[in-house]
Design a protein around this ligand. Structure first.
Ligand code: TXA
Ligand code: MG
Length: 331
């Protein structure tokens, strides 16, 4: 399959799923923490291992659009069109829940999120297993999603029964979630499939709710967050702000725009933002983890233009900079 994962490993992973265990699986977006989507006991373990509230719904991964009607009801034409163009790939569709989906997978909602992942290891696992795999990102609730098998092992350790190593994830940010249950499809979370590409296929604009609106129970404003606090600044203020915080005694990590790559900042650590948005998305979570590992307590970053993959990157940076759960409680 890949240099790291053989068909034997995939067979073992399918057996673990059948036995009610948890498998970390590579997808083209981020690593998922997978369980048999029809096994409420296994689903309960996902929430326990992640430390995630049970009201927070999961994505059901399936092997192809031909299985969509097993998991969802009244699938609208727009959903079929999007599935045809974007699957396998980084798009999740929110549909009316089918009878096969236990309420534990959807946090009690009447809708279900479904996607066909684009990673060959994930697809082979889904075909070998034969059913649906419910999988959130394989990180502790609220923290940065894993884009390598090592990230998963470091974060979840023995909580996972089997880790399939498919190498670093190509896209690097999660799937785009589109709700197709309303009159106009709307983007619930920007991600690897761009708004522009989705709108080109649909032939009309999508509704895009603001980042701050919380639609689904259990979501905190802060998510996708490293340990270090994240501060977003206008690009022209970046260097001055980073150096000011460093002088105030912080261990500052800087996301440096490519134009400033050769002018080092007086800060604790820095990463240079790649020129292409695809490379930026691919590296984003690794950069946040790297600055955490280097001991930064504050990360200063500029926001990218919110077009193409920049929409998803800006969304994750905003969420990383949002108030942390402990701060939310005191508000
Ligand atoms: O790329 C991805 O989507 C990755 C890989 C593993 O597939 N998965 C992922 O799952 O990001 P998770 O659980 O970390 O994020 C899923 C998001 C959550 O924010 C959840 O609220 C939303 O999907 N979601 C799931 N079911 C939903 C539903 N029925 N209605 C609205 N939102 C839903
Ligand atoms: Mg997640």
């Amino acid at each position: 399959m890949t240099a790291r994962t053989s068909d034997i490993d995939i067979g073992k992973a399918a057996d673990v799923l059948r036995a009610g265990g948890l498998v970390a699986l590579p997808t083209e977006t981020v690593y998922g923490l997978g369980a048999n989507a029809e096994d409420p006991t296994a689903l309960a373990r996902i929430f326990q291992v992640k430390g995630r509230p049970p009201t927070h719904p999961l994505i059901v991964h399936i092997s192809g659009a031909d299985h969509l009607d097993d998991w969802a009801e009244d699938v609208p034409a727009a959903a079929r069109l999007l599935a045809e163009h974007f699957w396998p790939g980084p798009l999740t569709l929110v549909l009316r829940r089918g009878h096969r989906v236990p309420l534990e997978a959807t946090g009690g909602l009447r809708t279900v999120a479904v996607r066909v992942p684009g990673h060959p290891v994930a697809l082979t696992l889904l075909k070998t297993f034969g059913g649906g795999v419910a999988a959130p990102s394989a990180n502790r609730f609220g923290s940065v999603s894993p884009t390598t098998a090592d990230h998963v092992r470091a974060e979840l350790g023995d909580g996972v029964d089997f880790v399939l190593d498919g190498g670093p994830c190509g896209v690097g940010v999660e799937s785009t979630i589109v709700d197709v249950t309303g009159d106009v499809p709307s983007i619930l979370r920007p991600g690897g499939a761009t708004r522009e590409d989705l709108e080109a296929v649909l032939g009309h604009p999508l509704a895009v709710p603001s980042t701050s609106r919380v639609r689904v129970p259990g979501q905190h404003p802060s998510h996708y967050a490293p340990r270090a606090r994240v501060v977003l600044v206008e690009p022209e203020n970046l260097v001055a702000e980073a150096e000011r915080e460093q002088e105030l005694g912080h261990q500052v990590g800087v996301f440096l725009p490519p134009s400033l790559a050769d002018s080092p900042v007086k800060a604790h650590a820095q990463v240079t933002i790649p020129t292409s948005m695809g490379a930026y998305a691919h590296g984003l979570y690794g950069f946040l983890r790297e600055l955490d590992q280097q001991g930064c307590d504050l990360i200063v970053a500029p926001l990218p233009a919110e077009e193409g993959l920049g929409l998803a990157i800006a969304n994750r940076l905003r969420r990383a900079a949002g108030p942390r759960p402990s701060e939310t409680r005191s508000r």
